[in-house]
Unconditional design. Structure first.
Length: 443
């Protein structure tokens, strides 16, 4: 969680000048996607930076063009960048020294002068042959001599940090409390264009994530923090994930990698599907199984665009979900509409309920009695051997791990563990919470 009481330093500039690479050099946490293509960064990416005892919030903004555009994504990225600039204490204006001064740089310089924000001018890619010949041109922008930086090779980074800290001056890391960590992390997953960013904006109650009616709008995980009563919840919006065989673009592969990394760090997964499609797709099923069973993440199924589905479509969707009832009976399902706001107010309370369920602790004696009694009423046999539980003990939460001491560990597998899991779920409220078992011999 990035503190809200620290000064903001914004990386600002046109597309493909290396802002994200500089961000990755300066930020202590968080990474921005770097790829040799214009307009990769769209949503502002946030991180915490510190240097010489001074801490500040660093924000990487999308490339800005002031020219008229019919592209809603570019327009939204520009609005987001200008919003961050207005809130910043310092702006790091990044230009490309390999191409020299462009008209777009001059236009952005005028915006910066009007903003009144202190500006540090950076000529990036200074390691490229011939770049030095262009440096004098940037002095015409009115921000003094530019800092020569090669973000790729870390050249000039310490000097850039020195200048940034000198302008900030007052926010010392000794004067602020340690960075507060979120109580837990929630990630929104799903196919492209199912409404993940729209949901994030609804939950945050502000337009912090770019939303457009085309797939692939979000290109990298975007983290924000919301509060529910006294608890801080990290909310991560992720790029859409398509079927693996349909992903051929290297940039999209990096986007999917970012989404899966966010999943690995999460405590709770909100899997969004589109109700208007009338079915759950194979890749959505695979995501659900992977998150819940393989990675042990608490899971909620959010069925978005409920307002766009007619009765026939809704019934068809329910039928496809019932085909996997053995799995989805363990997972809470909530129908929502990000467009109308239907049931959006129920999402965060449901997430909080899932979190509390996932932290449950069960006593060893209670578990042992529960399982032994179940096996008395319905004995389990394998290869002629009656299976017995001698003792049970919970080892951890998130997921809930239960260690069994049994008479024949080699005969315990998914079927036997599934039997005990069902007993456990009937006794306790574990909806949305994964449970894992291990079996070993012992008393």
């Amino acid at each position: 969680m990035v503190r809200t009481d620290l000064s903001i330093v914004a990386l600002f500039g046109r597309t493909n000048v290396g802002k994200s690479t500089i961000f990755n050099r300066l930020a202590d946490d968080g990474k921005s996607l770097v790829f040799e293509r214009e307009g990769v960064t769209r949503d502002p990416i946030k991180g915490l930076a510190s240097w010489q005892g001074c801490s500040f919030r660093l924000i990487d903004t999308g490339g800005v063009s002031l020219r008229k555009t019919n592209d809603p994504i570019l327009a939204c990225a520009r609005e987001q960048a200008l919003f961050v600039l207005n809130a910043a204490s310092v702006a790091i204006f990044v230009c490309d020294s390999t191409v020299g001064l462009l008209d777009e740089d001059r236009e952005l310089a005028r915006v910066l002068h009007r903003s009144g924000t202190p500006v540090i001018l950076v000529a990036n890619k200074a390691d490229v042959r011939g770049a030095a010949e262009q440096l004098h041109e940037f002095e015409r922008l009115g921000f003094g001599t530019p800092f020569e930086v090669s973000a790729v090779h870390s050249r000039g980074i310490s000097e850039l940090l020195d200048a940034t800290v000198a302008l900030l001056g007052t926010t010392r890391s000794d004067d602020v409390s340690p960075v507060e960590q979120p109580h837990y992390r929630t990630v929104i997953l799903g196919k492209p264009n199912v409404g993940k960013s729209s949901l994030a904006n609804l939950l945050l109650k502000q337009e912090r994530h770019i939303v457009a009616d085309q797939p692939g709008t979000t290109r990298e995980p975007v983290k924000e923090t919301l509060r529910f009563y006294k608890e801080g919840i990290e909310l991560v919006d992720t790029p859409g994930i398509r079927r693996k065989r349909g992903v051929t673009d290297p940039l999209e592969k990096m986007m999917v990698t970012g989404a899966m990394s966010a999943l690995a760090e999460a405590d709770i997964v909100l899997l969004m599907i589109d109700a208007s499609e009338g079915q759950i797709a194979d890749q959505e099923l695979k995501l659900a199984y992977y998150a819940f069973q393989d990675k042990g993440k608490a899971l909620v199924l959010l069925v978005n665009k409920w307002d766009l589905a007619d009765e026939y479509t809704k019934e068809r969707l329910n039928i496809t979900l019932d085909e996997h009832k053995h799995f989805f009976s363990k997972v809470p399902r909530l129908s929502i509409s990000c467009k109308t706001g239907e049931n959006s107010g129920k999402v965060v309370p449901l997430v909080q309920e899932i979190w509390e369920r996932s932290r449950q602790q069960f006593g060893g004696a209670e578990l042992t009695y529960l399982f032994q009694e179940a096996l008395q009423h319905k004995p389990l046999y394998r290869s002629g051997t009656m299976l017995r539980v001698k003792s049970a003990k919970q080892r951890s939460t998130g997921p809930i791990n239960i260690e069994l001491r049994v008479n024949a560990p080699r005969f315990w597998g998914p079927t036997q563990f599934g039997f005990l899991e069902n007993i456990l779920r009937r006794k306790f409220d574990l909806l949305g919470v994964p449970v894992r078992f291990t079996a070993m011999s012992g008393r």
